[in-house]
Design a protein around this ligand. Sequence first.
Ligand SMILES: Cc1cc2nc3c(=O)[nH]c(=O)nc-3n(C[C@H](O)[C@H](O)[C@H](O)COP(=O)(O)O)c2cc1C
Length: 343
Amino acid sequence: MSADLSCRYLGLDLAGPIVASAGPLTGRLDTLKRLEAAGAAAVVLPSLFEEEIVSAAFQLHAMHNQGAGVFAEASSYLPDVPDTPTDVDRYLDLVADASEQLSIPVIASLNGMSTGGWVRYATELAQAGAAAIELNVYLMAADRADTAATVENRIVDLVRSVREAVSIPLAVKLSPYFSALGNMAEAVVGAGADGLVMFNRFYQPEIDLESLTVQPSLELSTAADLRLPLRWIAVLYGRVPCSLALSGGVHTWGDVIKGLLAGADVTMTTSSLLRLGPEHVHELLRGVTAWLDEHDYESIEQLRGSMSQQSVPDPDAYERSNYLKVLRHGAARYLPQYVRVED
Ligand SMILES: Cc1cc2nc3c(=O)[nH]c(=O)nc-3n(C[C@H](O)[C@H](O)[C@H](O)COP(=O)(O)O)c2cc1C
């Protein structure tokens, strides 16, 4: 008999450990259905961005006011503003349709700017039927007047405000760029998050040497990107009372197993699905099942966290003292023969 793949994430019962994270494939009903058919246990829709909504609202406002104030008679001159659905309407429709047509949990994602915006849209997402909300707290703390504490408190406060406004489960998708990530994780959970998604992947601008312009660029991840979230999941497992989702660099079934061993409740993937299509989830699940059977595990529950920092004989392996060993000895293999020093 095959191992039991069922998991719990954010208090939701899931059939397996693979969740399709926010990205282009989760923004359309047809690909959402393919992801479900391939075995994705839940899907996270792309983020609803408050700044997009605000800029669309400004444009609409400008259209409404165009010609106003010219002459009273000129009201006939005002353009007809089509009653078109806004980005928010379209997003809420996607949440409602996906929640109705899929039998797996549909998690909405939100990236706000103002506390009011986060709370208002989170409430609307919950009303539209989302099973949970992922708060994508992406920000570039580039304002020199902002201290680390100010930035962190802003995030913690907004999690608290959203928590007070909605009762469905909340996940917070963090970046790895906090000076004291362990403390930040605990604060976010203390403010009411049911889970942490580690980590978001940022768009990194690039300079084009021909046009001398700054080009937006978002590269897909590679297997090497798994290491950072893997380490943090292993460090936080058993220490913060919440669900943990690993996001970043999950490409193969082996990566899924590693994430679970480190302590993730679920592993998420976007880049691998963009490269190989939604059906890749099926291949991942096949590999996970085969590995579990081969190693006599009856369930995912049995192996979760068994390679977390708390469980391994050498917890230092996840921390600093190893850094030194790696620099002194491990890196020796990259040195040319003539500078190698034998131990
Ligand atoms: C094209 C693209 C679009 C994405 N859009 C979103 C988004 O709207 N919201 C979000 O929180 N993350 C978004 N992400 C980040 C992914 O959800 C994921 O966290 C990240 O790509 C790392 O996982 P991966 O290595 O499996 O790609 C996007 C990623 C890509 C590649």
